[in-house]
Design a protein around this ligand. Structure first.
Ligand code: UDP
Length: 320
């Protein structure tokens, strides 16, 4: 019997990971989520014996005895708001999810001697002064700025995870995700992918923050989940940290052009102020993931965007 706990399993990345674990034959996936940015709808279709949905805020104490867990082999901690708009709105909740929540998840992994995976972020590099970023880069983070609630709490979560590894020998792996996108992102989550797609589909101008010269690298969700899965099943990786992202970097302005082109509308943009501390560039060096996880992204941006646009188109039509 193989059991995994996925915190944030009703969210965007989490629900795709749950699908994958079930498809790979895991006997039970226990999802903890307080639905602050996720939805049970993302897990529709899974049998409740196989995918157990537990409404729980990871910041609150975990009562695993009440959950009747007999054994746990894997804990994947993904629960946290991840969009700048959400983590500003939920700044304290974000900080607690990534600190207390990470502590609770680590404790349960320790109790069951389970493998632990921390879903971390490229935001640990802040506004990076080197490009591309490799895992050895310590970052350039404003500790008191508006993004600090996310960046610094994720950094704390990484530090805590490593201390559980050092003190208790817990088998931990840390994954730093770079701008993941795909179906099940929320339309209103404020990130550039849902914003541009929704705007293009509804005939609105695309809101480009600043001059649009800032860069990002977008990784399709199935690629991201493959990296999580490899990190979950490969032996000999305790204490390792990996960048998980697509090294194809582009400016936000050229991303706007691409979205308009794929939706089939002329590009119309409207300028909006660049948010404070918005990183100027972001691009992963994925050499380490290539070597140790045998992983690299497979889905080209155009293809991933096509699938994502279809998802949003269907949602918009259903809501009309
Ligand atoms: N952005 C934009 N228009 C939007 C939303 C975001 O120009 O409607 C920019 C944002 O300033 C940032 C990039 O797109 O430079 C990616 O933003 P997102 O919120 O998706 O995530 P981030 O990478 O900043 O965490």
């Amino acid at each position: 019997m193989r059991t995994a706990i996925v915190t944030g399993g009703a969210g965007f990345i989490g629900s795709h990971l749950v699908d994958r674990l079930v498809a790979e034959g895991w006997d039970q996936v226990v999802v903890l989520d307080n639905l602050v940015t996720g939805s049970w709808e993302n897990l529709a279709g899974h049998h409740p014996d196989r995918v157990r949905r537990i409404f729980h805020d990871v910041c609150e104490p975990w009562d695993e005895t009440a959950w009747n867990l007999e054994g746990v082999d894997l804990v994947v901690h993904l629960a946290s708001p991840a969009s700048p708009v959400h983590y500003r709105r939920l700044a304290l909740e974000t900080m607690w999810a990534n600190s207390r929540g990470t502590g609770h998840a680590l404790e349960v992994a320790r109790r069951f001697n389970a493998r632990f995976i921390l879903g971390s972020t490229s935001e640990t590099y802040g506004d990076p002064l080197v490009s591309p970023q490799d895992e050895g880069y310590w970052g350039n983070v404003n500790p008191i700025g508006p993004r600090a609630c996310y960046d610094e709490s994720k950094r704390f979560g990484e530090a805590l995870t490593m201390e559980y590894h050092r003190r208790y020998g817990l088998d931990v792996r840390i994954l730093r995700f770079f701008n993941c996108y795909g179906p099940r992102m929320q339309q209103e989550d404020g990130r550039v992918v849902p914003n541009f797609i929704r705007q293009a589909l509804t005939g609105e101008p695309l809101t480009v923050y600043g001059d649009g010269s800032q860069t990002r690298s977008f990784c399709y969700v199935s690629d991201e989940v493959e990296a999580i899965f490899q990190a979950a099943v490969r032996p000999g990786l305790a204490g390792e940290v990996f960048n998980v992202g697509n090294p194809e970097e582009r400016t936000i302005l050229s991303f706007a052009e691409l979205v308009a082109d794929l939706v089939g509308v002329p590009l119309r943009t409207v300028k909006a102020p660049l948010p404070a501390d918005d990183p100027k560039s972001r691009c992963p060096n994925i050499q380490k993931a290539r070597q140790l996880l045998g992983w690299e992204p497979k889905v080209p941006l155009r293809e991933g965007l096509r699938r994502t646009i279809e998802y949003f188109r269907a949602r918009l039509e259903a809501s009309r």
